[in-house]
Design a protein around this ligand. Structure first.
Ligand code: SF4
Length: 298
């Protein structure tokens, strides 16, 4: 039985929840509810953690600094989502508009493979949701296993650089699973599963970091790497964190990057993260000081 420890509401209407399993000192994990009805989020969605902390250690991510504490059980994820929906309903939200659940908060979902498989089967039966998505940092062998399995996740993957050497610095498991292999695995997934059953392209998220991966050359290299028929790109603007060295690029820089991709036929959209004031935005879920202290101190 999990318990809600804290809920923080953003000025933009999204909420960040902190849960604990009620017995373990290392049992804190988070979920985000994104408020429906604006240009960035047309319907409500929930971003759910799959692990407490994360062992991947991405250089730009506050959660990665915590290390991996433990895997979450599928029942815990489902219970957390039910509590979020109940809470939001009490706030007057129409939860029938729940459009998607994304396994993409704290943790690498494919490092908790058996539980995310169970989660899919349970969630798809009991929740009013159109899509269940999963975002991976690029665990090649598990992407292939997922393609051959009996789940039907909408797949997203973190790209962040078209160059292996640079991606090694951002996402350390790139050394084990280099980019070319990840892209091939995603293409396999698309052809095996996503193309017919969901009719959706695979979303490659690209976190734009000022003076690191935001040059015209990066954009042009991306257009060589990604097949326009299979992938689309979601550009995210980095949310600065006082403990991390990266900077947020300007919106003009992001628009220029988007233009180069679009001009080359690669479907691209800039997403402005919600929940920035509550450290709920991309790569920041463990970023708000008191929550991070809670997690580290338990
Ligand atoms: S970005 Fe995702 S995979 Fe990388 S350290 Fe953070 S939680 Fe883990």
């Amino acid at each position: 039985m999990i318990k809600e420890v804290e809920r923080v509401k953003s000025v933009d209407g999204s909420s960040k929840y902190l849960f604990n399993d009620g017995k373990s000192e290392k049992g804190n994990f988070e979920a985000l509810y994104f408020y429906p009805g604006d240009e960035n989020v047309s319907k409500s969605s929930i971003c759910m953690s799959t692990q407490v902390g994360c062992g991947v250690g991405c250089a730009f991510c506050a959660t990665g600094k915590l290390g991996l504490k433990r895997n979450l059980k599928s029942e815990e994820m489902l219970e957390a989502i039910s509590k979020v929906l109940e809470d939001e309903k009490n706030d007057g939200e129409n939860i029938r508009n729940l459009d998607s659940i994304a396994l993409m908060g704290m943790g690498e979902p494919l490092h908790n493979y058996e539980e995310i498989k169970k989660f899919y089967h349970q969630a798809s039966k009991v929740l009013p949701v159109r899509h269940i998505s999963l975002s991976t940092s690029g665990v090649t062998d598990k992407i292939i296993e997922l393609a051959n399995d009996d789940t039907n996740y909408n797949l997203l993957f973190s790209l962040h650089s078209p160059y292996n050497e640079e991606r090694n610095k951002l996402i350390p498991i790139n050394k084990k699973y280099p980019l070319e292999g990840v892209i091939k695995a995603c293409e396999y997934y698309y052809n095996k599963k996503q193309k017919d059953s969901l009719g959706l392209k695979i979303k490659a998220s690209y976190l734009l970091l000022k003076d690191f991966n935001d040059s015209d050359e990066h954009a042009k290299q991306l257009t060589k790497l990604l097949n326009n028929d299979i992938f689309k790109v979601q550009i995210l603007l980095y949310n600065e964190n006082e403990n991390l060295p990266f900077k947020r690029p300007s919106i003009e820089r992001a628009k220029n990057f988007e233009r180069i991709l679009n001009e080359n036929g690669l479907e691209t959209k800039i997403s402005i993260s919600k929940g920035q004031d509550i450290a709920g935005a991309c790569g920041q879920m463990a970023g708000r000081k008191n929550l991070q202290k809670d997690i580290e101190g338990r």
